[in-house]
Structure formats: C-alpha cells, structure tokens
Design a protein around this ligand. Structure first.
Ligand code: CO
Length: 183
C-alpha cells in the first residue's frame, strides 16, 4: 500500500474549531480522492507493519476538517478481522435519535489531531440513529452502537468544531462516570 500524501491538522489549528459546511452533490473529484485517501490512511494506521514502517498513530475515524477541508464528510475504517475493514463514508450526517444509555471509553478517547496524553472520559450515547448521504447523494439511515456509535459521535463533533478534549472538564475529568457504562 502507498501512504496517502495527507497532512492532519493539529488541535492548535483554528480550523478544527470551525463548523463545516453542508456538502453539495455531485461530489468533486477532489472530494472523492480525499475520501479514498482518508480511508487508506486509516486502514494503514491499523495494520501493524504499515503503522511501524511509516511511524503512524492508529486511528479509525477521520473528518474532512482534519485535513483543512471544511465539508461535512467523515469516514470510519473499522477492522472486522485481520486486515478486513468495514468502511463507512458519511456525508451531511444528522442524528435522528439517541439511546438514553450512556457509555464511555475506559482508556479515554483518542484523536489523530490530538498528539498528547489526555486524562478524562467523554459521555457518549450507546446507540444513535443517523441520517446521512452516501457518495452519490442518496439519503440513508444507519443505526450504530457501542464503539462505532462513539466513533460517529466523535466525528460528528468534528464537523461542528468540537474536539473530544473540549468535552472533558479539567477540574473533574471523570465527571458522571457512575452514570455510564464503560466499554
Ligand atoms: Co478526532
């Protein structure tokens, strides 16, 4: 695999705190190429040999804004079994409903734009239903749960200019832990 030539913005970049804009269809060639680059990068970052070879940090979600493109697009590459990935390409997402049940990542969330250790947990819904458009502009609905639900909420936050660290209260980084289930 060839490592895509992309540059991921760091949290200090102001663009990461801006709200991304609705995507118009048809997608441009640049949009399509970017989506492909993001997925290849995420997959390579999860394959041990590639990650070590290119000194990558593992990640499974990325939003266009992390490349400086303020469009409401994100992708997720979820490794199902050895080097087999379930790819999600989500455009113009809108959360239709949330489960009441709350969950959090016990070891803390990570983000390819946050290159430091962060203490604290983020409150997320265990299940969400999301309306979105696919690469052809077709409207679809998907229900996601557990870690994929967290990834979706993390990426939708990116589209709204929010980083996971913004959701952690430094004075009380484990706030409401007892109200949530750890995954
Ligand atoms: Co992120």
């Amino acid at each position: 695999m060839k490592l895509p030539n992309i540059k991921i913005l760091n949290e200090t970049d102001k663009r990461l705190h801006q709200v991304s804009k609705e995507v118009k269809f048809p997608l441009t060639k640049e949009d399509k190429d970017m989506i492909n680059d993001m997925l290849v990068y995420l997959q390579m970052s999860q394959i041990d040999e590639e990650r070590e070879k290119y000194n990558l940090r593992a990640g499974w979600g990325m939003s266009a804004v992390q490349l400086g493109v303020l469009k409401r697009i994100f992708v997720i590459a979820e490794e199902k079994e050895d080097k087999n990935f379930q790819n999600y390409i989500i455009i113009n997402p809108e959360i239709l409903s949330y489960s009441e049940e709350l969950i959090y990542v016990g070891e803390g969330e990570g983000c390819l734009s946050v290159n430091r250790d962060v203490t604290g947990i983020v409150k997320r819904h265990a299940r969400i239903t999301v309306k979105y458009q696919d690469m052809n502009g077709i409207s679809k609905t998907i229900r996601v749960r557990e870690d994929v639900s967290i990834a979706f909420q993390h990426e939708i936050d990116h589209l709204n200019g929010i980083l996971f660290v913004d959701r952690i209260d430094p004075k009380n980084p484990f706030k409401d832990k007892d109200l949530m289930r750890e995954i």
